[in-house]
Design a protein around this ligand. Structure first.
Ligand SMILES: [Zn+2]
Length: 215
């Protein structure tokens, strides 16, 4: 986590990591720091990282579509999914199901957008956020404390209305705050002044897309 400080921590095949290792991510994800104590030494290390996890739908990885090719027993599939605990999944803002593209598409290599174009959009979005936070201790939406975000950077009235509906239907107070941060990022990406109903709606959709991992 400390090696990934101010960068990306990517865990491929995340459910193959031990439960204690995965649960150990939770506290640093909130605080950006990790406390370690070893024999004769205890200290705090920086650990502010962006976490990306990849997971297969089941241990063999073939449980896609109707899952006809998958040979995993149902208990094994449940055990695999359960490795990512509810509280951990709850801290993951964007959950997306990736579908394997058809071979022909891969052969042609005709991707919709190349990485350079995407980098340009991301750089612009980050510049918008950092201009908005000028004079503040934050540079990106993810760093803004929930209370500040609600008080000072609310969505437009229609977006706020949708967020309130989400709050009423959600037992989890953290969910709407996380949706608001993602909605701001979506607004920054499209060059908008503040999130509207569409941004909030899309942020809610991104949070819930992979039902299997939605606790
Ligand atoms: Zn399988």
């Amino acid at each position: 986590m400390t090696l990934a400080h101010r960068g990306v921590l990517f865990l491929d095949e995340a459910p193959e990591f031990s439960r204690p290792a995965l649960e150990g991510l939770r506290q640093p994800m909130e605080s950006g720091r990790i406390w370690l104590s070893r024999s004769g030494w205890a200290g705090r290390l920086p650990a502010a990282f962006q976490l990306a996890l990849a997971a297969n739908p089941c241990p063999c990885g073939l449980r896609v579509g109707r899952g006809a090719a998958c040979s995993c027993p149902p208990q094994a599939v449940r055990r695999y999914a359960a490795r990512l605990s509810g509280p951990l999944v709850d801290r993951i803002d964007i959950r997306v199901v990736l579908v394997r593209p058809p071979e022909a598409e891969l052969d042609r290599g005709d991707l919709e957008e190349c990485s350079d174009d995407v980098r340009g959009r991301v750089t612009e979005a980050r510049a918008r956020a950092s201009a908005r936070f000028s004079g503040q201790p934050w540079q990106v939406n993810a760093q803004v404390p929930a209370g500040e975000m609600r008080r000072r950077w609310a969505p437009d009235p229609e977006g706020a209305d949708l967020l309130r509906q989400l709050e009423r239907g959600s037992a989890n107070l953290r969910g709407p705050d996380r949706v608001l941060r993602v909605a701001w990022t979506l607004a920054d990406l499209r060059g908008g002044d503040r999130p509207g109903r569409d941004d909030v709606g899309r942020a809610i959709g991104l949070r819930g897309a992979a039902a299997q991992w939605s606790a």
